[in-house]
Design a protein around this ligand. Structure first.
Ligand code: HEM
Length: 204
């Protein structure tokens, strides 16, 4: 169902009446510089986002800025983090829009989305549970275990998201190549345009 939606989005949305008129996905994917500008903005906003969120996480772990309260650090830095996050999500969605089916069948893109969900759940738990009694530990050099755990999950999931994002560009596991069965299954290669081929070179 998701794939059908993506096929419709890539081929029909924005398409003119003529048989050879391009869709918006075609226009974006074939643009000379726009896609590159989007990716550059994605990476620059990622630097702003990751750089600032790690400062807050390291304070929560009791590693840096120990003599400044957690709330002072996060109140100053979080607006920048949120700005970076919004820009990163907007440019990420636009990059995806250019080649939706390629990314849909890409294992690194799938893993990246899984860890984006993990990171989002972690943010919600931190916001609604861990931070509820922040006044009790705001000035402690070493915040309580639940805050440190949350910071650790945040650092690990963002590192994984960035790594998987970088891996998307490589074709190691692209559908249509001879792949182990698990890779064909995880990426749903059989329904991809290039199909699924096993390690013996047999098309499935
Ligand atoms: C919010 C946190 C995100 C982080 C930390 C992140 C990180 C990254 C990184 C490191 C790259 C590789 C850039 C390079 O080529 O060097 C990348 C590329 C990309 N990201 Fe994201 N991203 C995020 C969100 C998203 C979202 C929400 C989407 C789409 C739904 C997305 C879609 C993409 C796409 C399509 C690429 C291009 C892959 C390629 O063809 O090279 N990203 N991202």
């Amino acid at each position: 169902m998701i794939r059908d939606f993506l096929v419709w989005m890539a081929t029909e949305v924005g398409k003119g009446p003529g048989e050879y008129d391009p869709s918006w996905t075609d226009l974006l994917a074939s643009s000379l510089n726009f896609w590159g500008l989007l990716e550059a903005t994605h990476v620059l906003s990622l630097m702003l986002f990751a750089g600032t969120i790690f400062i807050v996480d390291l304070r929560l772990l009791g590693v840096s800025f120990k003599r400044t309260s957690v709330s002072v650090i996060s109140d100053r830095i979080l607006p920048l983090t949120i700005f970076g996050l919004v820009l990163m999500i907007a440019t990420g969605v636009a990059l995806f829009y250019a080649k939706p089916l390629l990314y849909y069948h890409n294992i690194w893109f799938r893993l990246k989305l899984v860890f984006l969900v993990v990171a989002a759940i972690n943010i919600l738990i931190f916001h609604f549970r861990v931070q509820r009694n922040i006044t009790e530990w705001d000035t402690l050099e070493r915040p309580p275990a639940k805050a440190r755990l949350s910071a650790m999950i945040s650092i690990l999931s963002w590192i994984l998201i960035i790594t998987f994002g970088r891996f998307i560009a490589y074709d190691w596991y692209n559908c249509g190549k001879a792949l182990p069965d698990w890779a064909n299954a995880v990426q749903e290669c059989q329904s991809s345009e290039t199909g699924a081929v096993n390690l013996k070179g047999v098309a499935l």
